[in-house]
Write a protein that binds this ligand. Structure first.
Ligand SMILES: [Zn+2]
Length: 374
């Protein structure tokens, strides 16, 4: 489990936010001004404002009653959304809307609480404000209704812009497992993009189905492993195992593996260990993440890679590395960078997400360094 940058820390953060708002305003049954407010967003170089959003985006109404004109069909969408939310849960209704449904004037669309709608869309999923936290869990058919008529995730995920969004996010390797590439291809004929895991299940919290920080770009295997389970796992936008909880080898029945000797996979197993004084909560959630994504089980399938690392460091031992650094010092800014060339992988935490097994490489290298220093 490695950390990825949330949009507000991301170098492409403004592009991510603008494109996301554009997609949301297109699929959600709210007036564009309820989503965009007075913001000017920029999508593919074009300035877009709420007042001309419908023409510029080609937003289409869902209602298809032939007797209505386009405007009336949009109004019908907005009204169906309000009634659906009201029918499913009144507390949720009061959170999203500022006005009651008007029984005497049933065609009147109630005013949306734009601030609260924004809070739903942009909240962190780990520290929810009190009143959002108090919103109810929604089950079964009610959840499906909200997903179909209000928080329309299917339409969002089928948007022509979804690959552009994941391209801006640029999550190259799955943050949950750090084993599978999740690169986005969107320009040529080939198509590829990460899946989006809902950190908080969309079947229980349909009102978070479209929330930007609830969408975790990840690999299919991890998305499948997590499904709708609601576990107390690490939240990749803000948590990490980092350099506190590390993959280590544990001796099982031999120590020849430490030299990288061939066919010594049975001599050790791979475990996760808290090596520093770390918050108990992070330890608990790391254990949960391990269980949900079967991390140690999967990493025990990468013992050949670990053996190659041991063998490399057996040959390129510390004094040899020091000598190389002296000779080629001009090429490398640090000894770690020289080691990166050896492993074809950066040991720097900020770059673990560039290649599969980035964290494992760092962790095993630090284990080897500790062994050498003993
Ligand atoms: Zn994964």
């Amino acid at each position: 489990m490695i950390r990825i940058k949330p949009y507000m820390e991301h170098p492409e953060g403004k592009k991510i936010r603008d494109l996301y708002l554009y997609m949301i305003a297109k699929v959600m049954p709210f007036r564009p001004e309820d989503i965009l407010g007075t913001d000017v967003i920029i999508v593919e170089g074009e300035e877009i404002r709420a007042e001309n959003f419908i023409e510029q985006s080609g937003k289409r109404p869902c209602s298809d009653d032939e007797h209505m004109d386009k405007n009336q069909r949009f109004e019908a969408d907005y009204l169906i959304a309000a009634r659906t939310v009201y029918r499913v849960d009144q507390k949720l209704y009061d959170f999203i809307y500022d006005e009651k449904l008007d029984e005497e004037n049933p065609g009147k669309i109630p005013k949306v609480n734009q601030e609260n709608l924004h809070r739903l869309l942009f909240s962190r999923m780990d520290y929810l404000d009190q009143d959002i936290k108090e919103l109810p869990k929604i089950q079964g058919d009610d959840a499906k209704l909200l997903l179909n008529l209000v928080f329309r995730y299917k339409a969002f995920s089928r948007s022509a812009y979804i690959s552009k969004l994941s391209g801006y996010m640029d999550v190259k390797v799955c943050p949950y497992c750090n084993r599978s590439y999740t690169v986005t291809l969107s320009k040529g004929k080939g198509k590829s993009r990460p899946q989006f895991d809902h950190f908080k299940s969309k079947m229980k919290y349909p009102y978070f189905a479209l929330s930007l920080l609830n969408l975790i770009p990840c690999c299919g295997l991890c998305n499948q492993a997590k499904l709708e389970r609601e576990n107390n796992i690490l939240y990749p936008y803000f948590d990490e195992m980092g350099t506190d909880i590390l993959f280590r080898t544990q001796i099982e029945n031999g120590i020849r593996y430490l030299t990288g000797a061939e066919q010594t996979e049975d001599e050790f197993s791979v475990v996760l260990e808290a090596v520093n004084d770390v918050d108990t909560d992070i330890v608990i959630r790391s254990v949960q993440s391990d269980q949900v994504f079967h991390l140690t089980e999967l990493y025990n399938e990468h013992k050949d890679y670990i053996l190659k690392m041991f063998s490399k460091r057996y040959i390129f031992n510390d004094s040899y590395l020091k000598m190389l650094y002296q000779i080629f010092g001009g090429l490398f800014s640090s000894e770690d960078e020289l080691k990166s060339t050896l492993y074809l992988m950066s040991l720097n935490k900020n770059e673990w997400g560039k290649r599969p097994l980035g964290k494992l490489t760092h962790d095993i290298d630090s284990e080897i360094s500790e062994l050498i220093s003993k």
